[in-house]
Ligand binder design. Structure first.
Ligand code: EMZ
Length: 386
């Protein structure tokens, strides 16, 4: 098996039943595995709600034991969701702009120039974590230096090596956000903290808790997901130098190529919802107050929609993937993530001839019946310049 391959562990269960149970900290989840059911569930926010009583419950694995703040707009439903989303959406679309793209390009070019000089690097910590953190300074419009703090947090803001739900780690993020809110309160500037503090909802200013809710989502939602996507992309081009060459010859294919990589990688395996009334999904009874999850990773390999779903086809024509979610809650950070990945492909193709993959350790998620490779714990590689 090639290092960059991400096998589909859901294939049999998806074909046979369409769902499977996952026993998550005594709050079981029914994982929905087919694209059709995933979409239907995402659309029906009245039956499958995001606004759970306890914050953290729609995340799988559940974060109720570490979540002190409701993530906004992610853990709200209409009408609240609609209001908050409309207020902040414009800010999160800024990455779709030439000036922003240029800045992302500078960050990536500088990083690639750094790693080219090395004999070998560990991609997760020496490349992906740095790129995610540095690019995030653009999304938040904070000084570049701020990335150093975020790099020191490691790849996940709530997970550490020996603890999948690490309270101490969560506190580092929460305290940091509190401090930044205080800073922005004292001295207004142009960054996202200041912008949020000045927003108005229902005729009053955002509370600190609301600002915090948006910021926790911004830091947590796009952290390991983006890091895994970047590392997986490096592994992919390591295994497929011919694809890099193809992009070099035809950069116009980059947008389509990124959608295919995101489909194949599906960096967020699934997202949960709380069932509001007794119902059925996929001919399976779903009781009120239990949880279901929409398994994006499985849906994105659904053979009834995608031809050769387990192959990466960088020119795939029909690609209605749900890697960024679906419906009213679809990923707020997707514009930024796409810009980072598109620019990464562009700069790589201009500067790099090939990437030699040396050693690796897979990152495997454990969902009881399914073991899913989502990326790498470690990936040692050498970048070879053109
Ligand atoms: C939550 C989630 C959001 C969660 C869109 O995804 O991402 C996870 O990585 C976080 O742990 O808290 O933000």
């Amino acid at each position: 098996m090639k290092k960059s391959e991400l096998p589909d562990p859901f294939i049999e269960a998806r074909k046979n039943k369409g769902y499977e149970h996952y026993n998550d900290q005594e709050d079981p989840v029914t994982m929905l595995l087919r694209l059709k059911d995933v979409r239907k569930t995402a659309k029906d926010w009245k039956t499958f709600k995001s606004q759970a009583e306890k914050p953290g419950r729609i995340v799988v694995p559940s974060e109720v034991n570490i979540a002190v703040t409701r993530q906004i707009p992610f853990e709200l439903d209409p009408p609240q969701h609609t209001k908050y989303r409309a207020l902040i959406e414009g800010w999160f679309k800024r990455p779709d702009n030439e000036e922003y793209r240029k800045k992302v390009e500078n960050i990536i070019a500088e990083l690639i120039d750094e790693v080219i000089k090395e004999d070998a690097i560990e991609v997760v910590s020496d490349f992906s974590l740095k790129l995610q953190s540095r690019a995030l300074t653009l999304l938040l419009d904070l000084p570049y230096q701020e990335a150093e703090t975020w790099i020191s947090w490691g790849t996940h803001v709530f997970r550490s090596e020996d603890n999948p739900l690490d309270n101490d780690k969560a506190k580092v993020l929460y305290n940091y956000i509190d401090e930044q809110i205080e800073r922005a309160e004292k001295e207004a500037s142009d960054d996202l903290f200041s912008v949020l503090l000045n927003l108005e909802v229902d005729g009053r200013k955002f509370t600190k808790e609301e600002v915090k809710g948006v910021m926790v989502l911004t830091f947590a939602g796009g952290r390991d997901t983006v890091i895994n996507a970047i590392t997986n992309a490096i592994a992919y081009f390591g295994d497929h130098p011919e694809s890099l060459e193809k992009i070099r010859q035809n950069p116009a294919m980059i947008n389509v190529a990124v959608e295919e990589l995101v489909r194949y990688f599906s960096p967020l395996t699934h997202m949960g919802r709380v069932v509001t009334k007794d119902t059925t999904v996929c001919e399976h009874a779903a009781k009120a107050d239990t949880r279901v999850s929409m398994c994006w990773a499985s849906a994105n390999r659904d053979e009834t929609t995608f031809t050769n779903p387990n192959e990466v086809d960088l020119e795939r024509k029909i690609n209605p993937h749900v890697a960024f979610g679906f419906g009213i809650h679809k990923c707020l950070g997707a514009t930024h993530a796409r810009q980072v990945l598109r620019t990464l492909l562009s700069v790589l193709s201009k500067k790099i001839k090939s990437i030699e993959l040396i050693e690796s350790e897979d990152k495997i998620e454990d969902w009881d019946k399914f073991q899913r490779k989502v990326g790498f714990e470690k990936l040692e590689a050498k970048f070879i310049s053109l």
